[in-house]
Design a binder for this molecule. Structure first.
Ligand code: DLL
Length: 443
């Protein structure tokens, strides 16, 4: 295990203690919190109360943890349909922070935090960093984006509360990232795994030897990655690469994090209750079986999420991890049960791209999104058919349209796309569901 030479041997940060609770104690705590959160949501969130009533349920029907499976699911479109604040369970005066993430169309989904929620988030982020061996004295370069995305601020407050030194560099500007890493003596970096691969490439080009720098750990997440990517990162940079999982609807990063055994992220179960269900039927599946991860926030005040369907496909591992944590782990998330894809850390739904295209006159609703990776950076090309009139237009007019479409996509989706205009009826038609996304990135 990689330990900072300055760290006192064998110590755990005090907030890591809940990671090691004996199971009966952990389950009792979960039940107590589940009852409270169901009561809170029932009293304060109209949609949840209505769904409970439709099922003839009241909060008193939750007496055991297993009763959770009686409760209604919450899905992403519930956030869209109640946009922006409809699922809040706290008055605005108590809400100290808002973040947002991609919705399925042009509007984002909004998530809220009370002061206490921010403290819980910070707590799980401290535990995340501690789990992979980081501590006071570490210099953490936080290259997750700061802003509405939860990655930047989530990791920031956690790293500060850990007692580490945070470099709030945010995403992008690769040369500056490398300069800072070298000059400031960064010992750990937080970013998406694909961005770190890009940093490795760029470092090589600039003659910077990552292996000779103090950098020893990476906290990588926000997008799917694989064991072979981990091996490549570790071999090429000499650091340990850890998987961190999270989603805005639940809290942001810090729902689950790998320990030094690197055997899959441990879910911070005292705050997030996990279930795996069959994505088609919604029926609960036992630990070990693959299905859709469903999460219930056990402590969230501003926006309790009851049985939130993450659409992430994984399995729960309940066997004991060598680290001694009693928290169950999730298997690497390899795919989703919906059509969302993640490009440069940004979540994108094809329907958002469609909305953006159709805002511009001349574009037809026939399009295809091709994803590739150039020098370890994701590239999105949108091929779109245009009306015959447009296609017969001058080169200048076509270029103008191309730029308009590109701008429309960037402002709706938040990522730049190369737009390619094609003649009407040239994109392949499908007999069933249109195949909108061709992912040629070899993960
Ligand atoms: O990506 C929060 C986050 C920030 C996690 C920084 C980790 C690090 P969203 O933008 O709401 O939140 O996207 C959530 O990203 O449902 C997964 O599909 C995907 N995802 C997040 N972490 C991982 C991971 C943040 N470690 C969505 N492996 C989730 C695979 C991940 N997919």
């Amino acid at each position: 295990m990689s330990k900072n030479p300055n760290a006192p041997a064998g110590t755990f940060h005090p907030v890591s203690a809940p990671d090691f609770l004996p199971l009966p104690q952990l389950r009792a705590l979960q039940l107590q919190r589940l009852k409270q959160i169901v009561e809170r949501a029932y009293e304060r969130v109209a949609l949840f109360r209505q769904r409970m009533k439709e099922r003839d349920l009241t909060p008193e029907d939750v007496t055991r943890l297993e009763d959770i499976s009686k409760l209604p699911f919450t899905v992403k479109t519930d956030l869209r349909d109640t946009y922006p604040f409809g699922l809040f369970a706290s008055p605005m005066q108590e809400i100290v922070r808002l973040h947002a993430s991609s919705g399925t169309t042009g509007k984002p989904i909004v998530v809220a935090y009370t002061r206490e929620d921010v403290q819980v988030w910070t707590n799980v982020m401290v535990r995340s960093f501690a789990a992979c061996g980081l501590h006071e004295g570490d210099i953490i370069q936080n290259a997750y984006g700061y802003g509405l995305f939860t990655g930047g601020l989530g990791a920031h407050y956690g790293a500060e509360a850990l007692g580490a030194t945070v470099i709030p560099i945010s995403g992008g500007n690769t040369q500056r990232q490398l300069m800072v890493m070298k000059d400031f003596g960064t010992t750990a970096i937080c970013c998406t795994p694909s961005y770190f691969l890009h940093l490795i490439d760029q470092a090589e080009e600039e003659g910077i030897r990552l292996k000779q720098l103090p950098l020893r750990a990476g906290v990588f997440g926000a997008e799917p990655w694989t064991e072979s990517m981990r091996r490549r990162i570790e071999a090429d940079s000499g650091i340990k690469a850890y998987d961190i999982y999270g989603l805005s609807e639940i809290v942001g990063p810090g729902v689950a994090m790998e320990c030094e055994c690197q055997a899959g992220p441990h879910i911070f179960e005292d705050y997030f209750y996990p279930e795996i269900v069959d994505p088609k039927t919604g029926k609960p599946l036992p630990d070990g079986e693959e299905g859709e991860l469903v999460l219930t926030t056990l402590g969230k005040q501003a926006m309790p999420m009851i049985r939130y369907r993450t659409r992430d496909i994984t399995a729960l591992a309940s066997d004991t991890c060598d680290c001694g944590r009693t928290l169950r782990r999730i298997k690497r998330i390899s795919r989703r049960s919906d059509d969302m894809f993640i490009i440069r850390g940004v979540n994108v739904y094809p329907s958002q791209v469609e909305t953006a295209l159709l805002k511009v006159e001349g574009a037809l609703p026939h399009y295809q999104i091709v994803l590739t990776r150039e020098r370890d950076l994701d590239v999105m090309e949108v091929q779109v058919e245009v009306t015959p009139e447009v296609f017969g237009d001058t080169v200048g007019a076509l270029e103008q349209l191309q730029q308009k479409l590109s701008r429309s996509i960037e402002s709706t989706v938040g990522v730049r796309a190369n737009v390619r205009l094609v003649q009407p009826r040239t994109l392949q038609r499908s007999e069933g569901k249109a195949k909108r996304v061709i992912d040629q990135r070899k993960l």
